[in-house]
Design a protein around this ligand. Sequence first.
Ligand SMILES: Nc1ncnc2c1ncn2[C@@H]1O[C@H](COP(=O)(O)OP(=O)(O)OP(=O)(O)O)[C@@H](O)[C@H]1O
Length: 264
Amino acid sequence: MKTDEQRLVEKALKKVSAKVIQYIYQTELLSDGDHILVGLSGGKDSYLLLELMAECVRRLPYSIKVSAAHVALDNVGYRIDTGYMARLCNHLNIPFYLLKDEVDLDNEKKKGMCFVCAWMRRKMIFNLTREIGCNKLAFGHHMDDAVQTLLMNQIWHGTISAMPCSLSMLDERIHLIRPMLCLAEEDVTAYTALRDYPPSLATCPHDCNTKRQDIRNVLSQIKSMNKAAIKNLFRSMENIFPEYLPQSGKPLKKRNSENLMEKR
Ligand SMILES: Nc1ncnc2c1ncn2[C@@H]1O[C@H](COP(=O)(O)OP(=O)(O)OP(=O)(O)O)[C@@H](O)[C@H]1O
């Protein structure tokens, strides 16, 4: 017999997964035979992503497989409840991989801890994706993350670029996908507030992402002027009128489409 609380969680998951499944169809993010590796950070966004991918296995008319992985860099200073991750994956019938390593502290001195840590995490998870035969790697970025990146790239790099929902990498061998870009952060928290995901056991002592925090603060002010601001900023990336841009009529500069300020 289900409790009222369980029924509430199920209803909320159904609501949020309906949006994500519609987005997956629209953007053709998944197809028959896919094996998706979900990157689990220990934050609420990637826990929701994991549950959404489990819903996709149940509800999409294709045969897809899902696995999950967490990369733990032991000498960085943060600690995550990986036991909880393993239990949640087990409950959802999803194989879980825990990758452990340490950051090279000499390299860190030259390049900065956040850069080295993000680079190592990505390298380790890309390698695992290939090793276990996954063709897609899913990250839990949502709409607010993409809008923050859009503004950061405009302000600090003078480009209009953000986070694609699908990016082909390593000679098309892996596709990085972001199925939650259709969800605003408030959609995510409406669901995760009902769940008992554990907080991190120790937060990261290296706070290098102050630019992103500054942009978050600016965006929350902008939101107080217009509640739809985040959604509109996100939509603006699909509604570009080149003829109303300063260089209209002139050939566009060739740009490396690689994202400049990827969220780390
Ligand atoms: N240590 C990690 N191991 C595996 N995947 C990770 C790890 N860190 C981040 N990711 C993946 O990259 C995405 C974005 O990372 P980021 O560090 O921005 O997330 P976060 O905001 O700290 O946590 P979350 O997005 O899970 O709430 C995560 O949603 C997750 O899918």
